[in-house]
Structure formats: structure tokens, C-alpha cells
Design a protein around this ligand. Structure first.
Ligand code: NAI
Length: 267
């Protein structure tokens, strides 16, 4: 994959998957415009301090980004151990607002990748609820409607990832006339600082079983980054409006249950 002369915006570049993606993109020749609430200058050609929980901070960051942009990777996210309102703002409202503001700056045939999670795989079960929120384009009214649901932080994490999957489909449908693709990518467990918090909030049992089903280990950040590059790359042009599960095959074993070959260690 070659990203020479491509200008790609990446959020969450100070840690984990975002940092690995910025590194992989730079190595492939891209000009990386990194956004994060924590300062970091590693693997970024331009770094912009941006708090995705704040509309004003996002608007200021967008003002510093010159067009054209060839790709956008929305990777920043926070866990369900934080207050529900903050999780909703960062994982959904901030991601959506940044994307909406950047759409006019995206070149034709640009690609957007939004990071969801395998925690979002049951998005169909709550589709009506999600659709209700997705129709509220205004930040404050969407937040007010969400608050009426009274969800815990942990439940909000899963719900925001379901919203990411559905928002991705909506955005892809509105942008396809100019060849701009919008996809989501759902990682299983990944070795990052976030994973330790997941063990505390989601419990050992689920994550250990995911690890077993993925062949005895969690993903390394660079493995998720490589899949993100695959979706950003122009060669993936016909991949659009879809959610790609990147979990080492764990989900398949869950779906097949007794029919599957039992998990064995992978190299
Ligand atoms: P991480 O904690 O290593 O990195 C998250 C990044 O987001 C950090 O650099 C952090 O400063 C930034 N961030 C947090 N709040 C922000 C805000 N208000 N404004 C701007 N930036 C902010 O986490 P990791 O694991 O790299 O997560 C990346 C994405 O992958 C997240 O969206 C997460 O939900 C998702 N994910 C992670 C999994 C895992 O097992 N690590 C599994 C499935 C999905």
C-alpha cells in the first residue's frame, strides 16, 4: 500500500491503535495530521491538540486542517469506566461532529474509517433506538435525548460503538456520489492501555474467552493499524458502508459454536 503525498487525519494518535496507525501511515509515505487530547508528536507531520468531548475544540482543530484530505481515521475512544455522558461525547458525538466538519475538506475518492468494536456486534437489536438518536444532528439535542436513557458508562460504551456502525452506513450513503467511502472496523481485544480497563469493567471471563477463541492471544496495535490502512487505501475502493470485524477469527467461533474446530494456539 502506498500513501505517498496522501494527507490523512488520525484521531487518538497519542496511544495504542491510533499511534500504531500514524506510524504505519508515515512509513507508507503519508502526511499524518494527528489529533488527540494528550500531546504527542510521534509519527505526526502536524499535531493538533483536540478534545473530542467539546464541539468548540473540534471546530478549532478543523480550522487548522488544510484541504484536501485523502483519508480520516477516527480512532480515539474512551472506556465505559468513565461517566456515561463523557463516553457518549467522545465515542459518538465528537467522532460524528469531526467527520461532518471534515467532509467538505475531503477529496473525491477519499476514505473514512471509524473504529467501532466487537462490543457493537448486536447493533441490529437496538437499531430503532440508535436511529432515533442518529436523526438528531444537533449536538445538544442528541445529548439530551441520550441522557433520558439513563445508561451506565459500561452500557454506553457498547451503545456508542453500535452508533458508530450505523452512523458509518448513513455517512457512506450520503457520500458515495463523489466516491468518498465510509467504513467501520471492529477490533476484538487489543494490547493497549485501554485493554486493562476493559478487564476491570467487562470482566475476565468474556475477554479470556475472546483471547482463547482468537488462538491464545490478543491483537497487537499494529495488526489493527494494518487493517485500517487496507480500508484507507485506494485499492479498497469497492469496500464501502461496511463493518469489518478484525478479531483473529474469534467471532466466527462464537457463531459456529459446536460446529467449529476448537480454538488452537496460532503462531
Ligand atoms: P488507547 O487508550 O490506547 O488510545 C485512545 C486514544 O484516544 C488516546 O491517545 C487518548 O488520549 C485519546 N482520547 C481519549 N479521549 C479523547 C478526547 N476527549 N479527545 C481526543 N482524544 C482522546 O486506546 P486504544 O485501545 O488504542 O483504542 C483505540 C480505539 O479502539 C478506541 O475507539 C477503542 O474504543 C477501540 N477499541 C479498542 C479495543 C481494545 O481492546 N484496546 C477493542 C475494541 C475497540
Amino acid at each position: 500500500m502506498a500513501f505517498n503525498d496522501k494527507r490523512i487525519v488520525v484521531t487518538g494518535v497519542s496511544s495504542g491503535v491510533g499511534q500504531a496507525t500514524a506510524k504505519a501511515l508515515q512509513e507508507a509515505g503519508a502526511y499524518v495530521i494527528g489529533l488527540d487530547v494528550k500531546p504527542s508528536h510521534m509519527y505526526c507531520n502536524q499535531f493538533i491538540l483536540c478534545d473530542l468531548s467539546s464541539q468548540a475544540s473540534i471546530d478549532a482543530a478543523v480550522g487548522e486542517i488544510k484541504q484536501p484530505i485523502d483519508g480520516l481515521a477516527n480512532i480515539a475512544g474512551v472506556p465505559g469506566s468513565l461517566p456515561a455522558q463523557l463516553v457518549f461525547r467522545v465515542n459518538f458525538l465528537g467522532m460524528r461532529h469531526l467527520t461532518c466538519q471534515l467532509l467538505p475538506k475531503l477529496a473525491d475518492r477519499a476514505s473514512v474509517v471509524n473504529i467501532a468494536s466487537t462490543a457493537a456486534t448486536s447493533w441490529r437489536n437496538r437499531k430503532k433506538l440508535s436511529e432515533n438518536l442518529l436523526t438528531l444532528n444537533d449536538w445538544d439535542s442528541c445529548l439530551a435525548e441520550f441522557e433520558k436513557l439513563g445508561m451506565s458508562g459500561t452500557a454506553t460504551y457498547d451503545f456508542t460503538k453500535e452508533l458508530v456502525v450505523l452512523y458509518t452506513m448513513l455517512a457512506s450513503s450520503s457520500q458515495r456520489h463523489r466516491g468518498v467511502r465510509v467504513n467501520s472496523l471492529s477490533p476484538g481485544a487489543v494490547h493497549t492501555p485501554l485493554l486493562q480497563i476493559f478487564y476491570e469493567t467487562m470482566g475476565d471471563e468474556l475477554l479470556k474467552s475472546l483471547k482463547t477463541q482468537a488462538g491464545g492471544r490478543d491483537a497487537y496495535p499494529y495488526e489493527i493499524a494494518d487493517a485500517i490502512l487496507l480500508m484507507l487505501d485506494a485499492k479498497g475502493y469497492w469496500i464501502n458502508g461496511t463493518d469489518l470485524i478484525v478479531d483473529g477469527g474469534a467471532e466466527v467461533l462464537m457463531n459456529l459454536e459446536g460446529l467449529a474446530t476448537p480454538p488452537l494456539p496460532i503462531p
